[in-house]
Design a protein around this ligand. Sequence first.
Ligand code: PMP
Length: 407
Amino acid sequence: MDLESKLSEIGKNLRSSLIRELLKYASVPGSISFGGGVPDPETFPRHELAEIAKEVIEKDYKYTLQYNTTEGDDELAKQMVKLLEKAYGITGIERENLLFTTGSQQALDLIARIFLDKDSICIAEFPVYLGAASAFRINFPKFETIPLQDDGMDVDYLEKKLKELDEKGLVNQVKFIYTVPTFHNPAGVTMSLEKRKRLIELAEKYDILILEDDPYGMLRFEGENLPSLYKLAGPDRVVLLNTFSKILTPGLRLGIIIGRADIVRKATLAKQAADLCSPSLNQRIAARYLERYDLFEQLKPGIELYRKKKNTMIKALEENFSDIPGAKWVNPQGGLFVWMTLPEGFDTMDMFEIAKEKKIYYIPGQAFTVDDSVSTSMRLSFCLPPEEKIIEGVKRLKEVVVEYGKK
Ligand code: PMP
């Protein structure tokens, strides 16, 4: 059978993600990987989760081992309402404003399904979270990307872009503006309060929805919390995505859409077609965990661990790269990533060949573009390697850069 002739347009276009391909090398013995954005397993509350899992399987098996509603666990919803108030100061959330998803990755997919068509325009940041771009691509929208600066999205550029689209009569094809305003993946930057307000003003002026993706907001190791876009503008303008992946464990695959009831309803219908429901067991485990433990207290040692690792990476970068003119890096106040940019002329994808020889892995910036363009940047995750490996890894990275520079 000739598979190509049978495949749909989507099927034909599916490609293995660059990250997936690159991470294969990271398991080579002796390698150090700054690649995956995966949490340190030592932060997972495994004993607490094991105890809860046993209990809810034995006692609540009629619920936990059964199908669920598409909307998800009501007990988790009750806990989520409390968590949203504590984490973001968001109040007034009703059950109809919440949908539990299989990771926030599914939330991105559902949003793409309900909003995007072939002639839609999707505004995203540059660099963009690769998983979001892949999810949105399912319906072949056109992307417009807005560069990131040290204090988040370049809103002047966004304003110009929206004006331009408006003049061409295209602004109503813009379905949403996708942003990771806090501890951006991959760029590590956080959008300032002033920019948050301007982004909302622009979205209101042109009547565009904002899709706020916030997996890292609760992982702050320094600086002051900033209000979420959802808190500032409300459900008429913003859909907020969250996940338990970085604050509890990605193994539960639990994400959430918080938004206007009619949007949540549409996403629920799309989810029904996709997978009927997310696992009852996982949702109930998370519900009991939030009921029994203070998540913020529980998170403290993990945040401290990431803070130390981040500081170790920044110090190592300062020690190794200060003599390379034009090399710069973002020092994030939270999250899991440092974004490093090399001088003009570097191509971090091409440089990966040397990195492979020296067994040091990173994600080339090209992976975070919507058009596969060459990049002088790379994402360095500090979350997984122990501190001594971070120091050694940055030394190897310097060797890679010096060798590539001689080419
Ligand atoms: N959004 C962003 C910005 C992310 O970094 C990630 C995970 N890397 C996700 C969404 C998806 O996370 P999950 O599906 O594990 O909730």
